[in-house]
Structure formats: structure tokens, C-alpha cells
Design a protein around this ligand. Structure first.
Ligand SMILES: [Zn+2]
Length: 453
């Protein structure tokens, strides 16, 4: 069946269709993605085979296997944030797929700023930016990241496989599924001939897991040009959700300079940089504030190098999170104050405080988009939670939402588990069809200015 144009359906007809579908779902008991999938097929065919909405639902359901095929292809290209070869290969594959979907595609180089504490001007994975003009009113941008936290050579430990309603794979939940969902959203829209948007944009970046130092400016610029931005990070674990808040992230680096000396013959002549660093770490590790969501964790340490030499150098890096940007200022001030007090006289302690990612704070447009997403999901009998408090994670929604033209919404990806862990990362396959339907509907409803703010 070739579904008719989505745009040709009258509002009244669509509402009737939605009510009919909703009732059908109500009759089969508690909502579950698999139940929806089933009823989408049956209800869709029986009730209104010619409807655009049923066409979308059937189309989303029919995409499940092709989606899994895409996911396998994406997972099997390793793309750790510093694996430039893998990222270039992956961006080439994605650029090709977007060109095949009639997008104008650019592959753009990315570089870290010189003042970044660890990356210092390094070349990063490229960005894939694609655009397509439609016949609707609003400009909609879909974003996801290609890079993963896993170093090259780890695919063997987490190969792609499907077991029951789980699909496992390296970086599958964070964020290969988000990339695949965008590809299939634009693919589904194209196959339905649905182009109720002024422009549909796609941005895939390759440096999100290291704080997006090379794509941040582009994300902020695009956020100021597009009416709506949907970011496709994971859409929840046990329950489907969208996010209206993400944490701000900073990196603190402490460098201690001591004095080298023979550890056997003249230890008192040295100034042990490791002792001083340990002192500073133990002192500052409690500078967080649970109630405010302010966190500091020292996660990387280096020092010394020769067993019988009192170490002259030691350094450590801390990961810092807060729910708002002001608390980062509080943390920086506290750290600067703390390093004035030393354990080992004559050592020097230097602090670098790098603001890696701002907090994502939702505006009225973002809230309207979240509520609409909830309504769309309820129309297919599924609950969608709106999370408006950050939980420690920082994402690219924050850069896109820094100077927004309209709304930004996070967590448009699939439900899944195990991101950033050594355990097997997986996505819930039952969430493919509903989330694909949701993303497609949101592009059209926002693109046709049906969502007001
Ligand atoms: Zn991610």
C-alpha cells in the first residue's frame, strides 16, 4: 500500500482516526509497546487503511526490522570519540544515507579550542550537516552524536545481537540508536511524501562524549536558526521519557609542582607532589551538595614515574556537574580557595577550571513541545514522562538551547540501558516503533505550526 500524503488529511478526519485507534487500544488492556505495535497493525488496517495517521503508524511498525539492520551497520563501525578514522568512516556512511533521502549534505571538520585542558586544539571527528526544504511553516532540526565512550577494539566484547526484546551492541543506546532513529524518521517522512516543514535539518556530531568542544558553536548557531530542535539521546530506561533539563558540566584539573630528590638518600630534600595532590583531592572531594545536585568526582590521576625518586609532578582531573550554571561559579571559587592551604610547604598547586557544557534550561516553547509529545504518545495509548529536573547527565541540548529561536527537547531516542558501562549496552526493541512514530509526528506537528508557544 502506498500511503497518501499526510498533509492532505483534514484535521477532523485525523482526530476521528486517532479516537478510533485509541479506543481499540483501550479495549485490549494496559498499554504496552508490543500491544501498541500489534493494534497499530490490526486497528490501522481494519479501521482506516487510507488514513495518514494510520499510515504513519503502519509505516513505523514496518520499519522495525530495517531499523535493526541500520543499527547493526552503525554499531559495527567503531567510533570512539578519539577514533578519527572510525568517525570519518561513519560520517561518510551517514552522509551517503542522507543524500539518498534527498538531503543536501555537508561533512564539516571539527577541532577543539586551544584552551581546552586535555584536547588543546586537537582534530576531532567531523560533523554531518544535512538539510531539506519542505512545504510547511517551521524549521525543525534533529540532532544525535556518532561518537561513543568505547576505545577502538572493544566491539568484540559487545557485538551486535538481538535477544528477545533487547538489541545489544557497542554504544547502541548512547547513541547509535539515536542516529538510526533520525535516519528512519527522515526515511519514513520521505516514503509517506510528508513534508510539512519549512526545512528539515539533521546534525550528527562526533565529539559529544568529550564535551562537544568542536561542535558546540555550530549547535548553538543552529539552535538560534531552527524553530525546534529535537535531541535524540536515550529516551528512558524502564519508562519512556523526554527531558527538559540536563546538567552543566565542568572539568577541574589540578597540577602540583614539587621537588625531585632521592627517595633513599635524601627524601627530606624533596617536596612530594603526590602527597600534596592527595591532600587537595581528599579535601575537595566533599565540595558537592546533594540537595542542589552539585557533584565533584576526581576521576583521573597521574604522578611520579620512578620508584626511588620523590615525585616532582602530579596531576588530577575532576568531573563536576551542577543543575545550573551559577553553581559552577560557586564550585570554582571554593576550589580556588582550597588550594591556598597546602600540606607540603614549597609545592605549587595550579587549578584549571574548564566549563565544558552549560545546563539545559527549558523555555516556554520547549515545555509546549514536551506536552505535545506527551499528547501524541497518549494517542497511541502510551505514557510519556516529562523530566524537568537534571540528573547529572549533560547533553548537546544545552548548546542548542543556549540562544534558542524556539524550543529544544532532549531524550528523543529509544529506551535502553548500560550507557558508559562495561556491561552490555542494549536498547528495548519494543520502543522502536512508538518512538519512531512520535519523532515523525513531532516533526510534522511542529513543522506545520500545529504546536503553539
Ligand atoms: Zn549520548
Amino acid at each position: 500500500m502506498i500511503p497518501p500524503l499526510y498533509r492532505s488529511i483534514t484535521r477532523a478526519r485525523r482526530n476521528a482516526i486517532i479516537i478510533a485507534s485509541f479506543c481499540a487500544i483501550g479495549a485490549i488492556g494496559p498499554a504496552a509497546p508490543s500491544a501498541w505495535a500489534q493494534s497499530a497493525e490490526q486497528g490501522g488496517r481494519a479501521a482506516v487503511a487510507a488514513s495518514g495517521d494510520a499510515g504513519l503508524r503502519q509505516g513505523a511498525q514496518a520499519q522495525v526490522q530495517p531499523f535493526l539492520d541500520t543499527l547493526r551497520e552503525l554499531v559495527e563501525i567503531e567510533s570512539g570519540s578519539r577514533d578519527l578514522e572510525g568517525l570519518k568512516r561513519l560520517s561518510g556512511v551517514l552522509a551517503q544515507k542522507l543524500k539518498a533521502a534527498d538531503f543536501q549534505v555537508e561533512v564539516l571538520p571539527a577541532r577543539a579550542p586551544e584552551f581546552h585542558p586535555m584536547l588543546k586544539g586537537a582534530e576531532l571527528g567531523p560533523m554531518v550537516y544535512a538539510r531539506k526544504t519542505g512545504r510547511g511553516q517551521k524549521k525543525v532540526l534533529l540532532i544525535a552524536h556518532m561518537d561513543t565512550v568505547y576505545p577502538k577494539g572493544t566491539l568484540g566484547k559487545q557485538p551486535f545481537r538481538v535477544e528477545g526484546n533487547r538489541a545489544y551492541g557497542l554504544g547502541i543506546a548512547d547513541d547509535k540508536a539515536g542516529v538510526a532513529l533520525i535516519l528512519h524518521t527522515v526515511g519514513l517522512l520521505r516514503s509517506l511524501g510528508a513534508d510539512d516543514y519549512a526545512e528539515l535539518g539533521v546534525l550528527f556530531n562526533g565529539d559529544e562524549e568529550i564535551g562537544s568542544p568542536g561542535s558546540a558553536a555550530m549547535l548553538t548557531e543552529l539552535g538560534s536558526q531552527y524553530d525546534a530542535v529535537f535531541s535524540f539521546e536515550g529516551g528512558g530506561g524502564t519508562r519512556d521519557m523526554v527531558r527538559l533539563a540536563t546538567s552543566s558540566i565542568a572539568i577541574a584539573e589540578l597540577k602540583v609542582k614539587g621537588r625531585a630528590s632521592h627517595a633513599g638518600g635524601n627524601p627530606e630534600g624533596g617536596r612530594n607532589a603526590i602527597y600534596e595532590l592527595a591532600h587537595q583531592i581528599m579535601k575537595t572531594r566533599s565540595f558537592g551538595n546533594d540537595a542542589k545536585g552539585l557533584k565533584i568526582n576526581w576521576t583521573v590521576i597521574e604522578g611520579g614515574g620512578v620508584r626511588n625518586v620523590i615525585p616532582a609532578h602530579a596531576s588530577a582531573i575532576a568531573d563536576i556537574r551542577s543543575l545550573n550554571n551559577e553553581d559552577l561559579d560557586v564550585m570554582e571559587k571554593a576550589l580556588r580557595e582550597a588550594i591556598k592551604e597546602r600540606l607540603i610547604p614549597d609545592t605549587e598547586v595550579e587549578l584549571t577550571f574548564y566549563r565544558s557544557r552549560p545546563a539545559f534550561v527549558a523555555n516556554a516553547a520547549s515545555v509546549a513541545m514536551a506536552r505535545h509529545a506527551q499528547t501524541v504518545f497518549s494517542e497511541i495509548g502510551l505514557p510519556l514522562e516529562i523530566r524537568d529536573r537534571a540528573t547529572g547527565g549533560g547533553t548537546d541540548a544545552a548548546f542548542a538551547g543556549l540562544r534558542p529561536k524556539g524550543g529544544v527537547l532532549e531524550s528523543f531516542g529509544l529506551r535502553g540501558f548500560g550507557a558508559h558501562s562495561n556491561d552490555n549496552e542494549y536498547i528495548i526493541t519494543d520502543s522502536i516503533a512508538p518512538r519512531l512514530y512520535l519523532a515523525t509526528r513531532m516533526v510534522l506537528d511542529v513543522g506545520s505550526a500545529k504546536v503553539k508557544w
